[in-house]
Design a protein. Structure first.
Length: 242
């Protein structure tokens, strides 16, 4: 029987989706039964849309206090996904102001999270402009609290460091396009670089190969989890226990 893999994520600017699709492609190549599922953020208090002009500042200010306090909002995940049995669940979280995006926190604090994650192996991937570790650590902790067993984690960062990637983000939010310059400054292309996408494929290959190797030894119903260290994939690979 093929190992079943779920890639569950939230995306607003499509960067987490790009990483998820790259990972899904590799899991498919490894002959896994892979499924992608997007968490829908349906809370009417926080209307997010692109391009966000001329009300960018208003959108940010309406969301920022709740995000920093770890508040939750209304989300939707298909019930059939929560009922299925997976050998590995990959959780993809965008980074909003250093922490997991509100829709991810909302899911991980919901009854559906325990239904999906209890006694299941999970991996985490964070997508960010520069600072990822608070995001990854919190998602890991919350998923473990819901009964999951952590396997591995990685982060995939934008080009340009924290400041330049911020300019790219503002430009993208206002225009829904990469313009190359903002306020007269040359800016990087918005989003995870091609090298970062290649690193995401490498991460999926490591996860998939480990999953297939363990299934061949123990069977899908008795795979012992082997926790790893988290990694940051953004051209340079960093490791460190968290």
């Amino acid at each position: 029987m093929k190992p079943r893999v779920l890639i569950l994520y939230y995306t607003f600017t499509n960067q987490t989706r790009r990483v998820a699709e790259a990972m899904s492609e590799v899991f498919g190549e490894l002959d896994c039964d892979v499924e992608e599922c997007t968490i829908e953020f349906i809370d009417q208090r926080y209307r997010l849309e692109l391009p966000d002009k001329p009300k960018l500042l208003r959108t940010i200010m309406s969301l920022l206090p709740a995000q920093l306090r770890g508040k939750t909002g209304a989300i939707r995940v298909p019930e059939e996904v929560l009922k299925r049995d997976y050998d590995l669940i990959c959780i993809g979280s965008p980074t909003w102001w250093f922490y997991p995006a509100m829709p991810i926190v909302s899911f991980l604090e919901s009854p559906g999270a325990r239904q999906l994650l209890e006694n299941k192996r999970f991996a985490v991937f964070a997508v960010c402009r520069a600072i990822w570790w608070h995001n990854l650590r919190q998602v890991k902790k919350m998923a473990q609290k819901q009964g999951g067993t952590f396997v591995d984690g990685a982060a995939f960062c934008f080009d340009g460091g924290y400041i330049r990637s911020e300019l790219s983000f503002i430009s993208y939010m206002k225009n829904d396009a990469d313009l190359g310059r903002f306020w007269g400054f040359k800016i990087y292309k918005f989003g995870v670089s091609d090298e970062g996408i290649a690193m995401a494929k490498e991460f999926a290959r490591e996860l998939g190969s480990g999953l297939l190797g363990t299934i061949s030894r123990f069977g899908a119903s008795a795979i012992p989890a082997q926790p790893h260290e988290e990694h940051s994939h953004a051209g340079v690979r960093e490791t460190g226990a968290i």
